[in-house]
Design a protein around this ligand. Structure first.
Ligand SMILES: Nc1ncnc2c1ncn2[C@@H]1O[C@H](COP(=O)(O)OP(=O)(O)OP(=O)(O)O)[C@@H](O)[C@H]1O
Length: 252
């Protein structure tokens, strides 16, 4: 099995090289290349169906690319010898639909994978869980069940669950799209704090304000390709490509 050594600091956190993904006849990714440096926040925007989620899902091996290269901290994660569980412990993923287990308390949602995947003991896992619940402002909900939390609280619990695995980087797939508008701000605040703490993040989002303020880089995808990429403030203020202009004119 390939082990993950501590990477030298000049190795990119994520390197996507000429990535293709096909579902049957449908080519969803058509030669996507991008680099996320350690500590960077890269936001990915684009119309529905442009391949944003598929790209993220390839990065933590929830989907198998059809062709191309994917390196995480310099390690080829498409290597058939790779331990996929180990890849996933390095890369936290937060989904639109929270994916908490409804029959487990918030605390047990946070301790389960720590114990099963990382082999932590009960007390250590609970302590790590409490620290991360505190980080997202939910320590008082440790014993609650997901159904008794608001959508925003559930998403913050899902972020705390990811953090409890001590990931080196986190992928966010439209983390606020399922939330009522008044609950979006709290989740974005948690993400802003995470970015401020130096977490490497790739964020598929429709929140252009977040992308502008927090993103180091903005990627616009359309039809399975990266059409435009650059400093978020520049791309949002002065999109160069007509497809970016057309998309932004509808969402800004
Ligand atoms: N497992 C799958 N099987 C077949 N087709 C799929 C699968 N997953 C995604 N697709 C298709 O791939 C295309 C890209 O989907 P993807 O979810 O990556 O787009 P997206 O840009 O994230 O869209 P949205 O903003 O609506 O979430 C869509 O046409 C979608 O229907």
């Amino acid at each position: 099995m390939t082990e993950f050594p501590t990477p030298p600091t000049d190795v990119p956190a994520i390197e996507v090289v000429d990535l293709y993904k096909r579902f049957g006849e449908l080519e969803v990714l058509k030669g996507v290349s991008l680099t996320v440096k350690a500590g960077q926040v890269v936001c990915v925007i684009g119309p529905s169906g442009s391949g944003k989620s598929t790209l993220l899902r390839c990065v933590n091996r929830l989907e198998e690319p059809t062709a191309g290269q994917l390196r995480v901290e310099g390690i080829d994660i498409l290597d058939p010898e790779i331990d996929v569980d180990k890849v996933r412990t390095r890369i936290g993923m937060v989904f639109q639909q929270f994916n908490l287990f409804p029959h487990l308390s918030v605390l047990r949602n946070l301790t389960l994978a720590q114990r099963r995947v990382l082999g932590r003991g009960k007390e250590e896992a609970a302590e790590v869980a409490r620290q991360n619940l505190e980080r997202v402002g939910l320590l008082d909900k440790a014993d609650a069940y997901p159904a008794h939390l608001s959508g925003g609280q559930q998403q913050r619990a899902a972020i705390a669950r990811s953090l409890s695995m001590n990931p080196d980087m986190m992928l966010f797939d439209e983390p606020t799209s399922a939330l009522d508008p008044e609950l979006v701000g709290d989740v974005l605040d948690v993400m802003r704090n995470l970015a401020g703490s130096g977490m490497t993040m790739m964020v598929v989002t429709h929140e252009m304000g977040f992308a502008r303020e927090v993103g180091d880089d903005l990627v616009f995808m359309d039809d399975g390709m990266i059409v435009e990429e650059g400093n978020p403030r520049d791309v949002l203020a002065n999109p160069r490509h007509t497809r970016t202009q057309s998309f932004l004119s509808k969402v800004l």
